[in-house]
Ligand binder design. Structure first.
Ligand code: FBP
Length: 552
């Protein structure tokens, strides 16, 4: 049973960059100069002998003789859900069919694992119509299986060859697009002509650079969280009795928390990148929060809102060192650790094995957080930060400090705190008009990259802070976005994660206002995402995008 909004959104026509409105046979890729990777150029050149240094592609009007060829394309959704994924597939399919109605698209089920298992369905226009402009990845599902061994690469090539695919489109974040780059190189090295094209997805917003201005899903997710935060702020300002500590998704970068802070003007928002830069200890972070609570209480305001990025815990120096030691320890001793059945036995063993500093840091954490740090790792051996209740940890520590101050007569206010975690609430929302338009354009562009014979590229739609009528479509060679980093003890080529730039305009804007927002109630209420109505209400990009790309 579909909802009225769902029915209405099926009929929404995404706005496209002007060049994509021409017939596909009249859209050609203009290629620029050879490119270089953002760092470690020599090493990357050796690893990607066939795909390194390709030029940036920009689509313009001009004859494309190959656009009408009959082709077969495979597509996967990889990693966490992000609003607009269905529209990428819709745009891709519509492009493919505009090229040649006999061409076909196959969706691998459940993410990268679907390719390894060769589990796919044909995506037809009739099938896609039930998903246009709606959230979720349920059309074909997603997953976090990583394709990284030689056997897996060989298997992917085997499956794609057996299905006689001409191209594979990987919709994912930095890790998945790194995989796409490696696959493109691998296919060529094996003499295969199957093209690999990536699409930038992640609500976290950390897959971006000059050519990928934002990853899709960030717009809708942050607008959804900002609506919820604004509602909570209004409740806090009405009841005047609670402090709300709100953790926001974003496993590494704090872009989501920063954007939500710019939208809602909370009393505090911790930015992990700043914590790392200034090497702030947990104690210092708590001190800053305590200062804000005390200052507001002196104004008679025993309420407020604090935003906490999900990844914070890994940026606090002493906890970062602790987590890294724990990850290695648990990976190296997985079998033995699994024989320890009680938390007491586990923590005793861990405490003996950790370095002195890390053992101290571990012991100073509340039991519940210790337990969460010892929980199951993700498939890559990392602690699952979204399951660590950092917001609760901060509440407990702030509460402890205030009680201690109260006992010395230094605090006479009240501190009653509630915790929230906003993550899954925003990942499958109906895409905003921005994400609906952007994603459809990204999918259509992915087809054009394939139809232009390009491989090892990521679909790119630029000039996004301007109306869609001024957007520019093209492709960026994936190797250009890579560097070499140490991952699990090995040096690996990876796409560089874009963390919050402390010299960038979004952070500078926040930083210029945060002192005032801390003490004076300055809440801003963004309200729900609007799909119909005036442009400034329905088609505004995020403040982050606006600030990063507005004219100097
Ligand atoms: P991606 O990086 O795959 O886009 O996922 C991001 C994210 O939403 C993070 O913000 C969060 O930490 C994580 O997914 C949660 O993962 P899971 O869906 O596996 O619980």
């Amino acid at each position: 049973m579909t909802s009225p909004l769902q029915n209405d959104r099926y009929a929404y026509n995404p706005k496209l960059p002007p060049v994509l409105q021409s017939a596909v046979g009249n859209i050609t890729a203009q290629l620029g100069d050879a490119t270089e990777a953002v760092a470690d150029q020599a090493g990357l050149k050796q690893l990607f002998t066939l795909t390194y240094g390709k030029p940036i592609a920009t689509f313009a009007e001009g004859e494309n003789k190959d656009a009408g060829k009959q082709i077969r394309v495979g597509v996967i959704l990889s990693g966490g859900q992000a609003p607009g994924g269905h529209n990428v597939i819709a745009g891709l399919l519509d492009g493919i069919k505009a090229g040649n109605p006999e061409s076909g698209l196959w969706g691998y089920l459940g993410g990268p694992a679907g390719i390894l298992e060769d589990s796919a369905i044909e995506i037809t226009p009739r099938f896609v119509d039930d998903y246009r402009n709606t959230g979720g990845f349920d059309m074909i599902g997603s997953g976090r299986t990583k394709i990284e061994t030689d056997d897996q690469f060989a298997r992917v090539l085997e499956v794609c060859t057996q299905r006689t695919l001409d191209a594979l489109v990987v919709i994912g974040g930095d890790d998945s697009n790194t995989n796409a780059a490696v696959l493109a190189e691998y296919f060529l090295s094996k003499g295969s002509e199957i093209k690999v094209v990536g699409v930038p997805k992640t609500i976290d917003g950390d897959l971006k650079n000059d050519y990928i201005e934002t990853s899709f899903g960030f717009d809708t997710a942050t607008k959804t969280y900002s609506e919820l935060i604004g509602n909570i702020e209004r409740d806090a300002n009405s009841a005047k009795k609670y402090w709300h500590f709100i953790k926001l998704m974003g496993r590494s970068a704090s872009h989501i928390a920063l954007e939500c802070a710019l939208q809602t003007h909370p009393n505090a928002c911790i930015i992990s990148e700043e914590v790392e830069e200034k090497q702030l200890t947990l104690r210092e972070i708590v001190d800053q929060l305590v200062e804000t609570v005390v200052a507001r209480s002196e104004n008679g305001e025993n309420f407020g809102v604090v935003l906490v990025p999900e990844g914070l815990i890994e940026f606090i120096p002493e906890i970062k060192a602790l987590i890294s030691e724990l990850n290695d320890l648990l990976a190296e001793n997985a079998d033995y650790f699994s024989t320890l059945h009680t938390f007491e036995a586990q923590s005793e063993w861990v405490n003996q094995k950790l370095s002195r500093d890390s053992s101290y840091a571990f012991s100073s954490l509340p039991n519940e957080i210790q337990r969460q740090l010892l929980m199951d790792r993700d498939p890559h051996g990392n602690v699952q930060v979204s399951r660590i209740e950092t917001e609760k940890l901060l509440i407990e520590m702030v509460d402890g400090r205030l009680k201690e101050m109260a006992s010395r007569g230094k605090f006479s206010g009240k501190f009653s705190a509630l915790q929230h975690f906003f993550g899954y609430e925003g990942r499958c929302a109906f895409p905003s008009n921005f994400d609906a338009d952007y994603c459809y354009s990204l999918g259509y562009t992915a087809f054009l990259l394939v139809a232009s014979g390009l491989t090892g590229y990521i679909s790119s739609v630029r000039n996004l802070a301007r109306p869609a009528a001024e957007w520019v479509a093209g492709g960026v060679p994936l190797t250009m976005m890579m560097n070499i980093e140490q991952r699990h003890g090995k040096m690996k080529p990876v796409i560089k994660k874009a963390l919050v730039e402390l010299h960038g305009k979004p952070f500078a804007t926040f930083s210029a206002h945060r002192k005032e927002w801390a003490v004076k109630t300055s809440f801003r209420y963004p309200g729900a995402i609007q799909y119909y109505g005036p442009d400034e209400v329905c088609n505004r990009p995020t403040i982050t995008l606006d600030l990063e790309h507005q004219a100097p």
